[in-house]
Design a protein around this ligand. Structure first.
Ligand SMILES: Nc1ncnc2c1ncn2[C@@H]1O[C@H](COP(=O)(O)OP(=O)(O)OP(=O)(O)O)[C@@H](O)[C@H]1O
Ligand SMILES: [Mg+2]
Length: 347
């Protein structure tokens, strides 16, 4: 059988395919609100998932994410899409328990083997997460899209949201930035193969361990960094928590090759869209390097966790991330300060 290349089916894959955050925010602001005292997290705070309290011991976390191919290999695409969908449960401090496959695939346009391999890849990550695939839904559509709807659980008093960052907290990012750069660079045949492979590994890496470590250290606020880039998702934390954030670019880890790609002008369109979303309430330091500024808007697919934790606990949390052996590049990238004129200051 001829090797299937899913990237040939799309222009924008992965989380770069998300609707612009500016348009999404406008549409959501007009949606009728669901109100119920058991609803612990709703759309209002643009958080990673909805959360519903069943009783004093258990709340349900409910989320979905799906997108077009972000890589060539169907099995790997399935793994990445599933890792990305599961990530929202981890960002809320929860444990995924069940998943449904969401699949759009046209058997007229692609060999059905690709369909099976995407599902196998998804199943592989759902199993690694310790959750169960319990069904799904498929419609005929091209280019293909795949993702999950995931249900997780959390003890209500251990719930982590994007609305609980507090002045004095330190900000920790668990994975390096630059995934969007490497995907675009690979498509343009500008990225080194080894650098691109590194990006694939980061996308496949579950945020499970990072989430366990942040829960162990009592973090109260977090989100996962995906299509809106570091600044877009940081802004959601700042707004929902009514605080401001100072982010230091020199403390951020970037994937090898990402800076060089941006320097060569290989910047995904979604990075400009993300900049547009944050620029009105972000202050950029006068000496900030242009490529670093844009990399902070780089669209991530299955990116890391952005954690807000009291500063006195931050170093222990960071040590545990490094000791895990899978988050060597995690770092403290900034701090939470009282709300000021700008939601974010990027230096
Ligand atoms: N079609 C929609 N209808 C209702 N709410 C939506 C819709 N699309 C997005 N949202 C809500 O908008 C907010 C932001 O969504 P978004 O998909 O960016 O976040 P997310 O679920 O954390 O995904 P990711 O982790 O990939 O960024 C969330 O509260 C989400 O539930
Ligand atoms: Mg999220």
């Amino acid at each position: 059988m001829e090797k299937i290349d899913l990237l040939k089916t799309v222009e924008y894959g992965g989380c770069s395919a998300k609707l612009s955050p500016t348009q999404l925010a406008e549409i959501l602001s007009k949606l009728p609100k669901s109100s119920d005292e058991r609803l612990l997290v709703d759309i209002d705070t643009h958080d990673d998932a909805g959360v519903y309290k069943l009783n004093d011991d258990t709340a349900l976390i409910y989320t979905t994410d799906f997108f077009p191919p972000v890589c060539s290999d169907p099995f790997e695409f399935g793994q990445i899409a599933a890792a990305n969908a599961l990530s929202d449960v981890y960002a809320m401090g929860g444990t995924p328990i069940m998943a449904l496959n969401i699949m759009m695939f046209s058997a007229d346009k692609l060999p059905v083997e690709a369909f099976a391999e995407i599902l196998q890849g998804g199943h592989d990550k759902v199993s690694e997460a310790g959750a169960l695939t319990v069904g799904g839904h498929t419609i005929d559509d091209h280019p293909p899209k795949f993702g999950l709807a995931v249900v997780g659980t959390v003890q209500p008093d251990k719930l982590i949201t994007n609305a609980k960052a507090q002045v004095g907290d330190a900000l920790i990012l668990t994975k390096p930035l630059g995934i969007g750069a490497l995907i675009a660079g690979h498509r343009e045949e500008l990225a080194k193969e080894s650098d691109y492979k590194r990006a694939l590994e980061q996308m496949k890496l579950l945020n499970k361990k990072g989430a366990e470590i942040m829960a162990k250290h009592g973090a109260k606020a977090a989100t996962d960094v995906t299509g809106f880039g570091l600044l877009g998702h940081a802004r959601e934390i700042a707004k929902a928590s009514d605080v401001s954030l100072i982010i230091l670019t020199e403390e951020i880890s970037f994937l090898p090759g990402a800076y060089e790609l941006y320097d060569d002008g290989c910047i995904p369109g979604a990075a400009f869209r993300n900049l547009d979303y944050v620029k009105s309430d972000t202050e950029f330091g006068p000496e900030l390097d242009y490529n670093l500024k844009m990399l902070c808007c780089d669209p991530q697919t299955s990116g890391g966790l952005l954690i807000s934790i009291p500063s006195e606990k931050a170093h222990d949390l960071l040590s545990d991330l490094h000791a895990s052996g899978i988050h060597d590049e995690a770092s403290i990238i900034g701090e939470v300060v009282a709300p000021g004129q700008s939601r974010i200051t990027l230096i």
